[in-house]
Design a binder for this molecule. Structure first.
Ligand SMILES: *[C@@H]1O[C@H](CO)[C@@H](O)[C@H](O)[C@H]1NC(C)=O
Ligand SMILES: *[C@@H]1O[C@H](CO)[C@@H](O)[C@H](O)[C@H]1NC(C)=O
Ligand SMILES: *[C@@H]1O[C@H](CO)[C@@H](O)[C@H](O)[C@H]1NC(C)=O
Ligand SMILES: *[C@@H]1O[C@H](CO)[C@@H](O)[C@H](O)[C@H]1NC(C)=O
Length: 368
């Protein structure tokens, strides 16, 4: 149902502000494949060890075979056709082939419980709701800034902590972004300690609660609620979208409407979501998060993990299973049954859709 780049991380940005203050493991994962795939439709048996099933990773560290997924962005031409917006490397990540920057951040005082559990095997979660077409959260709810977009003005990475900075918005920005767009996703960092997943992929985890930190964000320096007492690493994900080639009034819709859409037919931006399936080998994440070299240097000299070059990352591939054009040229409609649904009421699944909308096999990328 969702067209997402599937990144077998296998496999962290400008929380420059933040990473200076919080111990952080940061690394890039290049894009693996863009296809119609719903990772939560894969039967997951917690007994399966993802890290031994994946034969390669598009992430910097060989030990990380986790899956990081997000939807992809399209540009809607004034004539109604769509073209995929390319992903490009984030600052200070090397030269990955698009993809994401992944951060595992350690929470810090005044948190009451700083024992971090680096995810159990079989753990997965989703953040954001693909059906949302408006902001459904109160401004005081940590979830309100869990998924945001930074509209770069062309002068650099922009001010403030991601999520609460002056250039950040919850939906798509109204105008053109001179320097491109960075999407920013904070996963929940508190766990119920029991369930590896939940029916909605959300209720087994929670954001922290309490007073926002110095910068106005509730993601830092806040505590886990009693219902979800187990502290996880704060998983943060950034993706850079090169919207610059589309900053041209002659191809923007004549009615002045915003031309960016998420691949599940969302022209508002509020359906922004991402999924995580834990897949680190053994205790590698725990060891990395206990290592000063991995956690303190920016961008990080992490000697205890095995580094892969940009080329090796790019050579981990997964062939799309639905034969269709999804990028590189204009297409008449979004892949799958994803007509534009502008809300503000929640989007609905198209009934009796003839198109293949999800694949049910487990993806198995191979090194080429
Ligand atoms: C999973 O995929 C199958 C086969 O395509 C489909 O029938 C089912 O509705 C999907 N389930 C979910 C939760 O998307
Ligand atoms: C969300 O971000 C806005 C700035 O856009 C800020 O005013 C608000 O306090 C933030 N809310 C939370 C809960 O982080
Ligand atoms: C603190 O976190 C640990 C592991 O994350 C958990 O086992 C424990 O129950 C938590 N303690 C409290 C007082 O919430
Ligand atoms: C819209 O314009 C693009 C770029 O010129 C072109 O490739 C596409 O075929 C056009 N679509 C229609 C429906 O005319």
């Amino acid at each position: 149902m969702k067209l997402k780049p599937l990144v077998f991380v296998a496999g962290l940005s400008s929380i420059r502000l933040v990473s200076a203050q919080f111990r952080t493991l940061r690394f890039p994962c290049s894009q693996l494949v863009a296809e119609r795939l719903d990772p939560f439709n894969i039967t997951m048996d917690p007994a399966n060890d993802i890290s031994s099933i994946a034969s390669c990773t598009t992430c910097r560290f060989k030990e990380d075979n986790s899956n990081y997924w997000t939807m992809v962005m399209y540009f809607r031409h004034r004539n109604g056709s769509f073209i995929r917006v390319p992903q490009i490397a984030n600052e200070n990540t090397g030269a990955p082939d698009g993809g994401m920057t992944i951060y595992y951040i350690e929470p810090r005082a005044p948190s009451k419980n700083l024992t971090v559990t680096t995810f159990p095997k079989g753990f997965r979660m989703r953040v954001g709701n693909p059906m949302n077409r408006r902001n459904v959260y109160a401004m005081s709810d940590a979830a309100v800034n869990q998924t945001t977009i930074r509209c770069w003005d062309g002068t650099g990475i922009g001010p403030g902590t991601p999520g609460v900075g002056a250039l950040d918005s919850r939906g798509f920005p109204e105008g053109m972004c001179k320097g491109g767009i960075r999407s920013q996703v904070y996963f929940p960092q508190c766990w119920d300690g029991v369930n590896l997943d939940s029916e909605d992929h959300e209720t087994h985890v929670s954001h922290p609660v309490g007073t926002p930190s110095f910068d106005g964000s509730m993601m830092f320096g806040t505590d886990c609620p009693a219902s979800h007492p187990v502290r996880l690493p704060l998983l943060f994900m950034e993706t850079v979208w090169d919207t610059k080639p589309f900053n041209n009034e002659e191809i923007w819709p004549e009615d002045g409407s915003q031309p960016l859409v998420w691949s599940m037919g969302d022209p508002t931006g509020y359906g922004h979501h991402a999924d995580y399936v834990f897949g680190w080998e053994g205790d590698a994440l725990h060891r990395a998060m206990s290592d000063e070299g991995c956690m303190t240097s920016y961008p990080g000299i992490c000697e205890i993990l095995t580094r892969r070059s940009d080329e090796e990352m790019a050579r981990c591939r997964l062939a799309p299973r639905v034969e269709e054009v999804t990028e590189g040229q204009y297409i008449e409609q979004l892949p799958g049954c994803n007509p534009l649904q502008g809300g503000p009421e929640p989007a609905t699944v198209v009934p009796d859709c003839g198109a293949v909308s999800t694949t049910i096999e487990r993806p198995a990328p191979t090194q080429v």
